[in-house]
Each structure stands twice: as C-alpha cells, then as structure tokens.
Design a binder for this molecule. Structure first.
Ligand SMILES: [Zn+2]
Ligand SMILES: [Zn+2]
Length: 115
C-alpha cells in the first residue's frame, strides 16, 4: 500500500489556501460574517458592491478563489461547503428556475442534472 496517501495536512502553509471549506467547521462568528456577506452580495446593486461582499466572505472563509467569487453548495444533501465559484470541478445546474451550485465533492458523488 502506498504511503503517500496517508493524511490530509490540516493546516496548509500560507499562500496555499484550500479552495473549499465546510462552513459548519468555522467558528460561529465567521459563519455569521459569511452569511451576512453572501446576503449582501445577493442584494448588491452593482458589480463593485458584489465583489466587495464576496471579498469579505472569501477572507472570512479563508479559501483561495481564482476570480474572487465564492459559491455555497446548495445541494439537497445540505453539505454547506463553500468553494471557489470558478473551480472547474464545481457544478451548476437548474431545478426549474432555481440555480443550484454544487461543490466538487457533491458534483462528483451525486451530480445534479438540469430539468
Ligand atoms: Zn456539496
Ligand atoms: Zn451534495
């Protein structure tokens, strides 16, 4: 059995932030900051405001994003993972008119299909 698969390093060195994080593992105060920022982004009147809120959410989540956008998994399994919206492994599908972002793990495990 190969040894290299051993363990995931819990804390990565600076500059190598993870691209996703389980919201429920964060301290309550950070979860609150993120909820508020995402709510602000949803209601942002323009792009500047939108990305300002996104930046706050991303900073609080402590993840790396390619283009400054964070997505929250809205999958039925309620996994509540925050991830880089531009992660190619993430997935977005539609349930009627509802847009449902899926984190990479969910997209891999139980990928949703638009209908
Ligand atoms: Zn998920
Ligand atoms: Zn899921």
């Amino acid at each position: 059995m190969p040894v290299i698969t051993a363990a995931r390093i819990p804390r990565q060195p600076t500059g190598q932030l993870p691209t996703e994080i389980d919201l429920t593992t964060l301290p309550d105060v950070l979860q609150q900051v993120i909820e508020t920022a995402l709510e602000g982004a949803r209601n942002a009147p323009d792009n500047d405001e939108y990305f300002r809120h996104m930046a706050t959410a991303i900073l609080a989540a402590g993840i790396h994003t390619r283009h400054g956008e964070l997505a929250r998994c809205a999958c039925d399994c309620m996994c509540d993972v925050l991830y880089d919206a531009d992660d190619p492994d993430g997935h977005l599908f539609h349930n009627g008119t509802r847009e449902i972002p899926q984190c990479p793990a969910c997209a891999d495990d139980h990928r949703g299909t638009t209908f």
